[in-house]
Design a protein around this ligand. Structure first.
Ligand code: PEP
Length: 259
């Protein structure tokens, strides 16, 4: 298990200008560079990607929000894993629920995962159910998402793999509606169990599991502490450098407390 905290910033389709993107990036880098045990992965829209990648540092990395599985060709509007890599990116979010909502299937996600790993990009795979049910069917749903995304991956690539559990019902809400740390811990155990069945214990243990869904400075500590996760995927709050600074500082302090 990695002792590092990983905090992923998903800017979604924001901000509206490259100047604003640069400002947010630099403000966060000033904080992220000082943190001892936390790595920050900033995922801006593709159009800002190459410009911001030049500003990445040892502790503040750049990731894409999506990619296509072919390296080049007639795929209007897409970007490839080779483009992400050669433009200075180290990570990519795959399977975000907002992309699944636009028609991305488990099969497409698996192709994207394999293409990204081949380029030695670190994949941040998003999984999570749309809703909870009393019979626990959401657990099989999550298991299927995981099984399908991981299909055919070579174990040597496992170290380039991060899972972000993002229950869709918790994304884009208020922090009060986010998952509680203790509930996240149950899910964390379940995800590790599924990974152990798929890859064996040794590999399963090395894969970091993050939580995403309406994280703020108010709930970050509970989720990190009681959820036992390795980090967070932060959407809207990552666009506000003041709020995001608080989240990053809490994450780094939590690692120190756990030592
Ligand atoms: C996300 O975009 O993955 C996300 C978790 O968003 P938010 O933090 O805004 O809910």
């Amino acid at each position: 298990m990695k002792s590092q905290r990983l905090i992923v910033a998903n800017w979604k389709m924001n901000p509206e200008t490259p100047e604003a993107a640069r400002e947010i990036f630099l403000a966060t880098r000033r904080v992220g560079d000082k943190l001892k045990r936390t790595e920050t992965i900033m995922c801006p829209p593709a159009i800002y990607f190459a410009g911001l990648a030049k500003l990445a540092s040892k502790k503040v990395h750049i990731g894409a929000q999506n990619l296509f599985w072919e390296n080049s060709g007639s795929y209007t509007g897409e970007i490839s894993s080779t483009m992400v890599k050669s433009s200075g990116g180290s990570h990519v979010i795959v399977g975000h629920s907002e992309r699944r909502e636009l028609g991305e299937t488990n099969e497409m996600i698996n192709k994207k995962v394999l293409a990204a790993l081949k380029q030695e990009l670190t994949v941040i795979l998003c999984i999570g159910e749309k809703e909870r049910d009393a019979h626990g069917e959401y657990l099989s749903f999550v298991k299927q998402q995981l099984g399908s995304a991981l299909s055919g991956i070579q174990k040597k690539f496992v170290e380039n793999f991060i899972i972000a559990y993002e229950p869709v019902w918790a994304i884009g809400k208020s922090d009060r509606e986010a998952m509680k740390g203790s509930d996240m811990y149950e899910m964390y155990i379940y995800i590790k169990k599924v990974l152990t069945e798929m890859l064996g214990r040794e590999y399963a243990e090395t894969i970091p599991v993050l939580y995403g869904g309406s994280v703020s400075a108010l709930n970050a500590e509970d989720i990190l502490n009681n959820g036992h996760v390795n980090g967070l995927l932060v959407g809207r709050q990552s666009l506000d450098p003041i709020q995001f600074k608080d989240i990053l500082t809490i994450a780094d302090a939590q690692v120190k407390a756990a030592k």
